[in-house]
Design a protein around this ligand. Structure first.
Ligand SMILES: Nc1ncnc2c1ncn2[C@@H]1O[C@H](COP(=O)(O)OP(=O)(O)OP(=O)(O)O)[C@@H](O)[C@H]1O
Length: 239
């Protein structure tokens, strides 16, 4: 039994359209895994299945040893998620957004203030805690969402193209920070179509037209080429 993320034999159709075809991979604790795929590869569908927004008729998903089909509450309880679209309530403060999520997670009330402070400290956001989410820039909103995703001590962190719409400095900051979280033992799955967010030491899963066409370490995959050129030769798409 793994404490990370395991996906086996996962397929999904939207009507006649096959979005995922027999997808299988795993991500160990302490690993930053980049799920790289061009537009339409199936990344969002995979994230929807991993978060149970969609349920696949076939295949297995295990989160920290909990089977998503048989023990969905336990599996989801070990997951932290940052969706592609912001899900902050812009009329609430940073602290209120996190408190709302803590209540949804059923965390004991007495623990909530301490957990919020610890999560905000991790993202260097404690000094912004009382500001309305509406008044934050895109990078700080993302950091707030990342802090929120950590508040219940997940074992597995899923991020669906988390840098979309951010400026270069914010993109770099979030990418660095999540790599650091993986170094502290978290199992991270980061979907992207941008090869510059992937580092040589990262685990790499390449999804193309619903199928996994490569698994390995990014540095070993690209060899002497840039990852972008390697990706182009494998998929015919630029990234
Ligand atoms: N609701 C839907 N109904 C029908 N087909 C869909 C639906 N959602 C996605 N698809 C198709 O499934 C395939 C995978 O889409 P998905 O959104 O998962 O890819 P993606 O890798 O996340 O792409 P992007 O980076 O553009 O978000 C695509 O061919 C897409 O057109």
């Amino acid at each position: 039994m793994t404490t990370g993320l395991t996906v086996n034999n996962l397929s999904f159709h939207y009507g006649a359209k096959q979005a995922l075809d027999n997808v299988a991979f795993d991500v160990a604790p302490g690993t930053f895994c980049a799920l790289l795929g061009p537009n339409g590869a199936g990344k969002s569908t995979l994230i929807a299945l991993l978060t149970r927004l969609l349920v696949a008729p076939q295949g297995e998903i295990t989160v920290a040893g909990h089977d998503m089909r048989r023990e969905p509450r336990r599996a989801l309880g070990k997951l932290g998620v940052v969706f592609q679209q912001s899900t902050l309530d812009l009329n609430l403060s940073v602290r209120q957004n996190l408190a709302y999520f803590a209540a949804l997670q059923g965390l004991p009330k007495s623990e909530v203030p301490g957990r919020i402070d610890a999560a905000l400290d991790q993202l260097d956001m404690r000094h912004r805690a009382e500001e309305k989410a509406r008044d934050l820039n895109g990078g700080h909103r993302r950091r707030t969402e990342l802090a929120r995703s950590l508040i219940h001590d997940p074992h597995v962190l899923l991020l669906d193209e988390p840098t979309v719409g951010l400026d270069a400095a914010s993109r770099q900051g979030i990418t660095d920070h999540v790599h650091e979280l993986a170094r502290t033992g978290l199992c991270v799955l980061w979907t992207t179509h941008l090869t510059d967010e992937v580092r040589d030491g990262d685990a790499l899963v390449v999804l193309h037209k619903g199928q996994i066409i490569h698994r390995g370490t990014a540095g070993a995959a690209r060899g002497d080429q840039s990852l972008s050129d390697w990706f182009l030769t494998r998929t015919g798409e630029t990234a």
